[in-house]
Design a protein around this ligand. Sequence first.
Ligand code: T46
Length: 133
Amino acid sequence: MNYRLIDFNIMGDSRGKLIAAEELSEFVPFEIKRVYWIFDTLPDEERGKHAHKELEQIIVAMDGACQFVLDDGKKRETVWLNRPDKGLYIGKNMWREMRHFSYGCKLMIIASTKYDPKEYIRSYDEFLKTIKG
Ligand code: T46
């Protein structure tokens, strides 16, 4: 499975906590080309349901929680994101679905490429064909 959970290094003192993520580091294994964020989410809405041919990403729940379903065509696993000091790295060719958003969940996503809709695989059957072939 081409994903892993990252424990970010927390710098904290009596004023609060701070996390820094630099490109090509232990925590971000790619050059950062884009950052986007998702907010105003709703519990009954699902997102994702696609894979990426090239894109690598790190997703952080800055506030609230949601569940990721991750699928490499052979296995399907679920991961909860619910802390700003945890990142979910998802590599290439991984089907992902996002669900069970808490009200007002805020996700920040660090991405290895600019947005390219042609790079998405939006059909699960096509995803299975791509990874087999
Ligand atoms: C992913 C998960 C975690 C843009 O114009 N630029 C962008 O950089 C992105 C990410 C999206 N968009 C547009 C395309 C759609 O019209 O924003 C709209 C919503 O995007 P989408 O339906 O792809 O959102 P999610 O939450 O299903 O998926 C997004 C990312 O697209 C995807 O790469 O892994 O978040």
